[in-house]
Design a protein around this ligand. Structure first.
Ligand code: SF4
Length: 224
């Protein structure tokens, strides 16, 4: 039995992996508490619950219609059975995109070295010096920096994602992230989604539009 706790899934999506038709699996539980998190039901860490067998059966039936699977969360890398799960997906001939907050660099390195991941999308929550502001007070910057080094040296396709929450992050802060990442062409900025934030006060604050993001950061890639 694969030791991964599942929080939900989407049978087919054109959005979760641009250019690919993929199923998306959400693992249950996260080690961070980002105030802007829009999947608050996936955050509490659980010790028991639904496993991935139903999802894997669905995947087997639909594998010929899919390019791959996006494994998201919560935080997938905190799941003990994540390597086994990705191996079972790959054994069906499907590609794997892994969404991660980057706080488990050694797990990420093992998955990459085993060839279990075809693309990594990693969050860059904030400038390294201000990381706790966007993670619910947890200073995990050193782990994310290590994950960034691992991804960049792995040769795997990757994306770095920053969610812009104007109430928590100034335009100058956003620019400092761009500088910190050496204007990496893999960096994408997305507006946060008020409505069901982990910190409900943020639901009353404004999100920036994609046009506002582009005005603030000429030439940046914008999602959403
Ligand atoms: S946004 Fe933060 S709290 Fe929510 S799942 Fe992602 S890393 Fe966890």
């Amino acid at each position: 039995m694969c030791e991964v706790l599942v929080g939900g899934h989407v049978p087919a999506s054109l959005l979760d992996w641009p250019g690919k038709v993929c199923a998306t699996l959400f693992t249950a539980g996260c080690n961070l508490r980002c105030p802007f998190c829009h999947n608050p039901e996936l955050v509490p860490v659980r010790t028991s619950g639904e496993g991935p067998s139903g999802f894997l059966e669905m995947l087997h039936d639909r594998r010929l219609f899919l390019d791959g699977v996006c494994v998201s969360g919560g935080e997938p890398c905190m799941q003990r059975g994540i390597g086994e799960l990705l191996g079972r997906i790959k054994s069906m001939g499907l590609l794997v995109k892994l969404d991660t907050n980057g706080t488990y660099p050694e797990v990420l390195r093992d998955l990459l070295e085993q060839g279990l991941v075809d693309m990594v999308a990693m969050d860059i929550k904030a400038h390294w010096d201000l990381y706790p502001l966007l993670t619910g007070g947890l200073d995990v910057a050193s782990m994310v920096r290590r994950s960034l080094e691992i991804i960049r040296s792995s040769g795997v396709d990757y994306e770095l994602r920053t969610t812009w929450v104007p109430a928590l992050m100034s335009v100058d802060h956003l620019r400092s992230i761009r500088f910190m990442l050496n204007d990496d062409e893999h960096w994408v900025v997305q507006p946060f989604r008020p409505g069901r934030c982990l910190k409900p006060e943020l639901d009353e604050t404004a999100a920036a539009s994609p046009d506002e993001i582009m005005d603030a950061l000429g030439g940046v890639r914008v999602r959403g």
